[in-house]
Design a protein around this ligand. Structure first.
Ligand code: PLP
Length: 369
């Protein structure tokens, strides 16, 4: 079965082998050496001043950023389930917040954010997804972060990059906290979250420590010494080291370029089948299609053609399907996933199969036009 969901993604063999050795104790020089290597690599890849690794799924890192950085009022951007989650986190911790809410295919317009921030001087934090995975859309985080900082440099920008880090090179100039998780572009099993921090975020965290397990001040203190406050996710960190080394073989620029090529190729192939790409601003992480028969298409792709693609969530559970583009993926695998969609359309009487998906994708990816 090909796993083509936008998280979890399948772990490459080299990574699985690295994680197959007996684990080692976390309070040892051997593990600290591995931790140090991963830390340094992550700081570089994320383009941030500091990094913290947490034994948690991605949501834990979202919570940690909100509780450690927001002191008076947050602005949350809700264009989908993950943006909605930032608001739920604020609510759970009694942090006052204002939410800007949009349809799941619509990114936040910069002017809306500017207006709200100008009208609410109490806002000290903005929380936004880079890619909102619910509908596969890309917010203009760079533009929004720049505009926010131009109004007030002290407002923290928390960017959920869980389906953006490792997908594309992110301009982190105006980002204070960049969040990611192990099970998306880094192709590891779930359970490790990472947060990149700016100098400003580090200063704030150290000045006013907050929380217990997700106390980023105590994690920072420990992780700078290449250890963790609590038991590290040793096996996942060993796997991450192997994954980062695997990507470094050909370099991150190629990794990003390959992802982009596959994503644009997949979208073009799906459109050539007469399908509608759902988001107005598609992210590269996944190809998201709206179709009344999305559930049936997925079901046939899985049962008959051994491709597991994701559905939507909530109201769009049965009418969206999402094909993953993150990680190291052989183009022949994506070609097969697209071919499976085309075969399913034929079986459902929607469109006669003629190999268009494979043709368009192959031309885009291998002939570069
Ligand atoms: C996957 C994902 C998360 C994190 O979810 P977890 O299940 O907690 O790992 C958060 N934000 C986005 C945009 C995601 O895609």
């Amino acid at each position: 079965m090909l796993l083509f969901t936008p998280g979890p993604t399948p772990s490459p063999e080299a990574v699985r082998i690295a994680m197959g050795v007996p684990t080692i104790h976390h309070r040892t020089p051997e593990f600290e050496e591995i931790f140090k290597t991963v830390r340094e690599k992550l700081i570089k890849v994320m383009g941030m001043s500091e990094v913290i690794m947490l034994s948690s799924s991605g949501t834990g890192a979202m919570e940690a950023c909100v509780t450690n950085l927001c002191k008076s009022h947050a602005l949350t951007i809700n264009s989908g389930k993950f943006g909605e989650r930032f608001g739920k986190i604020c609510k759970a911790f009694d942090i006052p917040y204002t939410e800007l809410k949009y349809s799941w295919d619509t990114p936040a317009p910069l002017q809306d954010v500017v207006n709200v921030i100008k009208a609410n001087p109490k806002i000290d934090t903005i929380c936004i997804q880079i890619c909102e995975s619910a509908g596969g859309l890309r917010h203009d985080v760079e533009g929004i972060a720049k505009a926010v900082k131009e109004i007030n440099r002290d407002i923290f920008v928390i960017a959920d990059g869980i389906t953006a880090v490792g997908v594309e090179k992110i301009d982190t100039t105006n980002i204070d906290a960049l969040i990611t998780g192990s099970q998306k572009a880094f192709m590891l099993p779930p359970g490790l979250a990472m947060i990149g921090l700016s100098d400003g975020a580090v200063a704030k965290i150290e000045k006013a420590p907050k929380g217990f397990y997700f106390n980023l001040a105590s994690e920072l203190k420990n992780q700078r010494k290449n250890t963790t406050a609590y038991t590290a996710a040793t096996t996942l960190i060993i796997g991450l080291k192997a994954m980062l080394e695997l990507i470094e073989k050909d370099g991150f620029d190629k990794f990003y370029a390959d992802t982009k090529k596959r994503a644009l190729g997949a979208n073009a192939a799906l459109e050539a089948l007469g399908l509608t790409i759902y988001p107005k601003t598609p992210a590269l992480a996944m190809s998201t299609v709206y179709h009344e028969k999305a559930k049936e298409i997925r079901s046939i792709a899985k049962k008959k053609y051994a491709v597991n693609i994701a559905g939507g969530q909530d109201d769009l559970k049965d009418t969206l399907f999402r094909i993953n583009n993150m990680g190291i993926i052989e183009p022949y695998e994506t070609a097969w996933a697209l071919n499976a969609v085309e075969l399913a359309l034929d079986e459902l009487g929607i469109r006669v199969y003629d190999g268009t998906a494979n043709n368009i994708f192959s031309v885009k990816v291998f002939k570069g036009n």
